[in-house]
Design a binder for this molecule. Structure first.
Ligand SMILES: *[C@@H]1O[C@H](CO)[C@@H](O)[C@H](O)[C@H]1NC(C)=O
Ligand SMILES: *[C@@H]1O[C@H](CO)[C@@H](O)[C@H](O)[C@H]1NC(C)=O
Ligand SMILES: *[C@@H]1O[C@H](CO)[C@@H](O)[C@H](O)[C@H]1NC(C)=O
Ligand SMILES: *[C@@H]1O[C@H](CO)[C@@H](O)[C@H](O)[C@H]1NC(C)=O
Length: 355
C-alpha cells in the first residue's frame, strides 16, 4: 500500500513538473531583455516576415522551415482582410456575375474576344447563345459560408482530408481530378473544370465515342463542368464538342464556358500584385473565385514542391506524377501568394493531414 502510494505521488509530481515545464515553455519566457509571449509573438513575427517576402529572394531551406513553423501556429481568420479581398475581386473581375458566360451577361450578336489574343474574337450567334445557361447557379447577394478548393497536389495522398472537404458548402475541383480516393480527397463536387488539352489527348474521338467521357464526368453528379472555351482559339471547338455530346447523354449536368474577360481581368489583378507568369494555374483561378463567393476559403492540395514538409518525396498530383508546364506557370510564386493570404487570415491553407 505504502509503495503504491509512493508511486502514485511520484507520478503526480512528475505530471506536475511536466505541466509546469509545458506552461513555462508555451507561456512567458525571456528573450533578451524583453518579456515575450511564446509562441504567439513568434507566430506574429513569422507572419509578418512571410507577408513581406518577395519571390526572388527565397532560400528554399529556410523557407520550408518557415512554412512548417507557420503551419503549427494557430490560424486566425481576419474578416477585414477577407472583405477587402472580396471587394477588390468583385470590382476587378466579378466572378459573382460573370465567371462564366450566361444568357444574362451575354447577348446575341456580341463579339467575344479571346482571353490570350484580343485580336481574335467570336460573334455570339444563335448556336452559341443557345449553349449558354440562363444564369449563374448562385444568387448574387448570397454567399457560401465555407468553401473547399481542392488542388491536385500529391500531398493530398494519405491526408485523410476527405470528410473535411465533403463537409464544405461548396467544393471546387479542377481538371477532371479523380475522386475515387474519397478518404483523402472527398467526393462532393459543386463545380469542376476541364482543361481542353485533356479532351484533345484523352478523348480524341469524342464525337464517335462519347461514352467514356460521359462515364468519367458522371462521378461528379450534376456538378457543372467548366471549360475555358475562349482562352485560346484551339479551345473553342473542343469545348463545343464536349457541350454537344454531354447535353444529349447527361442533360442535367451543365457544360459551361469561362468568361474570357473574367480570366483576363483576374490575370491582370494578380499581375499588378507581382505575380508574373504566362498563365495563372486553374487552382489560383478557382481560389480567387472562392475568395469572392465564400466567407471562409479552405485550400487543400496546393503544394508545388518535390518534397513535403517532412522532407519526403511527394508526387506532383495525388493521382499521378506528371509535372506541370514550368514555362506556363510559376507555381512556387503562386504558392507564396497563397501563403501570404494564409498569414493575413483571408484564406486557410491545409498542408498537413486532417484529423
Ligand atoms: C486584421 O487585419 C487588419 C488589416 O490588416 C488589421 O488592422 C487587424 O489588426 C487584423 N485583425 C486581427 C484580429 O488580427
Ligand atoms: C457583376 O456582373 C453582373 C452581371 O453582369 C452585374 O449585374 C453586376 O453589376 C456586376 N458587378 C460589379 C461589381 O461589377
Ligand atoms: C499511405 O498510407 C499507407 C497505409 O497507411 C502506407 O502503406 C503508404 O506508404 C502511405 N503512402 C504515402 C505516400 O505516405
Ligand atoms: C483511381 O483512378 C485513378 C485514375 O483514373 C487510377 O489510376 C487509380 O488506380 C484509381 N484508384 C483506385 C483506388 O481505384
Amino acid at each position: 500500500m505504502a509503495v503504491y502510494l509512493l508511486k502514485w505521488s511520484f507520478g503526480v509530481m512528475m505530471i506536475t513538473m511536466m505541466v509546469h515545464t509545458f506552461v513555462v515553455f508555451r507561456g512567458t519566457i525571456w528573450i533578451g531583455d524583453e518579456m515575450t509571449d511564446f509562441p504567439t509573438l513568434r507566430c506574429t513575427r513569422l507572419r509578418e516576415t512571410l507577408i513581406s517576402k518577395t519571390a526572388s529572394k527565397i532560400d528554399m531551406d529556410s523557407f520550408m522551415e518557415d512554412v512548417q513553423e507557420i503551419m503549427s501556429c494557430p490560424h486566425e481568420s481576419n474578416i477585414t482582410q477577407r472583405e477587402r479581398r472580396r471587394v477588390e475581386l468583385r470590382s476587378c473581375c466579378n466572378a459573382t456575375g460573370g465567371l462564366f458566360l450566361t444568357r444574362e451577361n451575354t447577348r446575341k450578336g456580341q463579339r467575344i474576344k479571346y482571353e490570350t489574343n484580343r485580336k481574335k474574337s467570336k460573334v455570339v450567334d444563335r448556336f452559341i447563345f443557345n449553349m449558354l445557361p440562363k444564369s449563374t447557379p448562385w444568387r448574387k447577394e448570397s454567399l457560401f459560408q465555407r468553401c473547399a478548393v481542392v488542388g491536385n497536389a500529391g500531398i493530398l495522398r494519405n491526408s485523410s482530408c476527405g470528410a473535411e472537404i465533403d463537409s464544405a458548402d461548396f467544393v471546387f475541383r479542377l481538371n477532371l481530378a479523380p475522386i475515387n480516393n474519397s478518404r483523402d480527397v472527398g467526393v462532393k463536387t459543386s463545380l469542376i473544370t476541364i482543361n481542353p488539352s485533356q479532351i484533345r489527348i484523352g478523348y480524341p474521338r469524342l464525337e464517335k465515342n462519347p461514352q467514356p467521357l460521359a462515364e468519367r464526368v458522371s462521378a461528379y453528379g450534376d456538378a457543372p463542368l467548366l471549360l475555358p472555351a475562349f482562352a485560346y482559339t484551339f479551345c473553342t471547338d473542343i469545348s463545343f464538342k464536349v457541350h454537344k455530346v454531354l447535353q444529349k447523354m447527361r442533360p442535367k449536368q451543365k457544360v459551361v464556358f469561362f468568361n474570357p474577360d473574367y480570366l483576363l481581368e483576374l490575370f491582370q489583378y494578380w499581375r499588378h500584385r507581382g505575380l508574373e507568369e504566362l498563365r495563372l494555374t486553374t487552382g489560383l483561378m478557382l481560389a480567387s473565385v472562392a475568395m469572392e463567393l465564400c466567407d471562409n476559403v479552405h485550400l487543400y492540395g496546393f503544394w508545388p514542391f518535390e518534397l513535403d514538409l517532412l522532407q519526403r518525396p511527394v508526387s506532383h498530383h495525388y493521382y499521378d506524377d506528371i509535372g506541370p508546364s514550368r514555362r506556363m506557370h510559376a507555381m512556387p510564386k503562386e504558392f507564396l501568394q497563397l501563403l501570404k493570404m494564409h498569414c493575413q487570415g483571408s484564406i486557410k491553407l491545409h498542408l498537413a493531414r486532417c484529423q
